[in-house]
Design a protein around this ligand. Structure first.
Ligand SMILES: [Zn+2]
Length: 163
């Protein structure tokens, strides 16, 4: 069993990302979720600012692919909350800023592309069905493959004659 090396992982390009944008009542809320494939599962790294207050906020992957009308928690096996594949630990807002990095092997990268990351207005109680009584959906982002812009410096050059 090998430990992850998050310091080495997190400086790389993520495999997938979700750009988080607040809803109409949280226009200042912005963030990014990065997904890294590892030998132990997916490392989910999230940074958000503009969150309300200083408390825990429900954080889940929902099955829908649109922020306007996201469906319920991603739950391909039909299990009760919080055993949904898309269930994640809540974010902790520190005067509006949250950072979290968490490992989950409940889904593969290809399972979540096109689905949505949702931040809720209240904590997840990990008991109430179907969503932990976590309240309104205050922010959302669609999960997409990360397409890094091609750097001119790293683009292969025409081979030069070396004699
Ligand atoms: Zn759930």
């Amino acid at each position: 069993m090998q430990y992850l090396n998050p310091g080495a992982l997190l400086i790389r390009r993520p495999h997938a990302v979700a750009n988080i944008i607040g809803n109409d009542t949280h226009p200042q809320l912005r963030g990014q979720v990065s997904f890294y494939q590892t030998n132990h599962g997916i490392l989910v790294s999230v940074q958000v600012f503009g969150l309300p207050g200083s408390s825990f906020l429900g954080f889940h992957i929902h099955s829908g692919g649109q922020c306007a009308q996201p469906a319920g928690h991603y739950n391909p096996q039909g299990l009760p909350h919080p055993q949904h594949a898309g269930d994640l630990p809540p974010l902790l807002s520190n005067n509006g800023y949250a950072y979290m990095s968490v490992l989950t092997n409940r889904f593969r990268l290809e399972d979540i592309l096109g689905r949505t990351v949702i931040i809720h207005a209240m904590p997840d109680d990990f008991t109430t069905q179907p969503a932990g009584d976590s309240g309104d959906r205050i922010a959302c982002g669609v999960i997409t493959l990360y397409n890094a812009p091609v750097s001119r410096r790293s683009r292969p050059k025409t081979p030069e004659a070396t004699g």
